[in-house]
Design a binder for this molecule. Sequence first.
Ligand code: HEC
Ligand code: HEC
Length: 320
Amino acid sequence: MAIQGWITSVLVAGLVAVSGDALAQTVWTVPEVGALPRDGHGERVRLGRDLITATYSLIGPNVGEPARRYAGNNLACTNCHLSAGTRKFALPLFGLYGLFPQYSARSGSEISIEDRLNSCMTRSMNGRPLPSDAPEMRALVAYIEFLSTGVPPGERLPGLGAGKMPELTRAADPSRGKPVYESKCLACHNTDGSGLRRGGQGSTLGYMVPPLWGSDSFNDGAGLARLINFANFVHFNMPHGADYLDPQLSVEEAWDVAAFVLSQPRPRRAGLANDFPDKLLKPVDAAYGPYADGFSEQQHKYGPFAPIRAEIERLKQERR
Ligand code: HEC
Ligand code: HEC
């Protein structure tokens, strides 16, 4: 917890590069999948890693066997959980195993690692949940457990999530983000945000560069559909090759390009109003109502967030 707080304050101060060496000492090392024996467990972990890096070819919408079509888009988990879930501040999947089961404000209940994974299946992958006993689920869980090798249960490793840069005091602005998209993203992610496929429509080869909006992207209930997640992910990881030690976009560019991308159309998820049964626990940047506070959907989507946070704090005090 102390380490986490320290990292956050260092990041907020913008001293990311300075913290690098110090961070490296506290971080645990990524275990090597290739070094596992080729026994049942070793094969399961390997399959889990393949499901993360080539999701589209194993459980994507175009695979031959209809029963195996769990994902609704042709993304791979690794498109967001970079380097197969092993990169700091690129939504890593390491060190998570011992943190579950945990309370989820979104569902209003305790959730297992399987539940958490399925929330990416139904939102980020715009698909349907994997049954607990499906071989694919067992493999994904085995891989995530493997990535927690040596991490004491309950310990939060530094580097989880997508980082935390300072917020703007104004709303993030799609019209300022458009030129940023055109100069810094379009060459890879395409003029219409549709990315670059490896094969034609209907192939199981996925993307060289994944789409950022449109029918084959994550849906509006996904974690990246929230501005704070998206802007931080992009600041610390994009253009591809950037990392948290050496961000390429300014803080302002990252917020505005996030606003531009999230103002574009994407698949809609039904029933989002039921998320976060306790509305006071709803993240300030959830772009869909209802809310406990009086702020508009527009302000929840683009900010500024500080006034919303203050009002939620006040309402929480009032409830005590
Ligand atoms: C479009 C981007 C995207 C894709 C694709 C995606 N995820 Fe995620 N995932 C996220 C984001 C963003 C979060 C964090 C959400 C939050 O904290 O609100 C997350 C969180 C998670 C977590 C919990 C991490 C934690 O720190 O507690 C797990 C486990 C997970 N994803 C597994 C998967 C798996 C397995 C797949 C592929 C089947 C997948 N995700 C695909 C964006 C994605
Ligand atoms: C050099 C090519 C390149 C550039 C430039 C680039 N990206 Fe990406 N982007 C990628 C690739 C490749 C991935 C998938 C990463 C992986 O699988 O390792 C990705 C993944 C993403 C993702 C997560 C996956 C998804 O589909 O949502 C987001 C969000 C994203 N990029 C946003 C941006 C934004 C915004 C910019 C401009 C500031 C940008 N990228 C610039 C190549 C690029």
